[in-house]
Write a protein that binds this ligand. Structure first.
Ligand SMILES: [Zn+2]
Length: 100
């Protein structure tokens, strides 16, 4: 099923999302940042297909969400206060993070 995001807002320490079918997600910002799906955070397979997860340092601004934007109707790109903003979180990935 294709989810359509109808509303998104940062409330306190959480990103609140609601979808056209009535589903709602509340995701803590530190959890979202640690789950950033970009290659710099999650690693890329090397020539042998092994994925070595990089060690990522998170500074004091790493968990402040400054901006988010929809990407192609299937996900959200999150921009963090430390300048990191490469990760595109697909809606299914966000639901998984929320444990749904
Ligand atoms: Zn990242």
């Amino acid at each position: 099923m294709l989810q359509t995001l109808s509303h998104a807002a940062v409330i306190g320490n959480e990103l609140a999302l609601s979808f056209s079918d009535g589903a709602e997600l509340y995701l803590e910002l530190p959890l979202l940042r640690r789950a950033c799906p970009c290659a710099a955070c999650q690693g890329e397979p090397d020539a042998l297909g092994r994925v070595v997860r990089p060690h990522v340092e998170h500074g004091p601004k790493a968990f402040d969400l400054v901006k988010f934007e929809g990407v192609g109707g299937y996900g959200l790109q999150l921009h963090w206060a430390d300048g990191h903003g490469y990760g595109i979180y697909s809606y299914p990935y966000l639901f998984r993070l929320a444990g749904l």
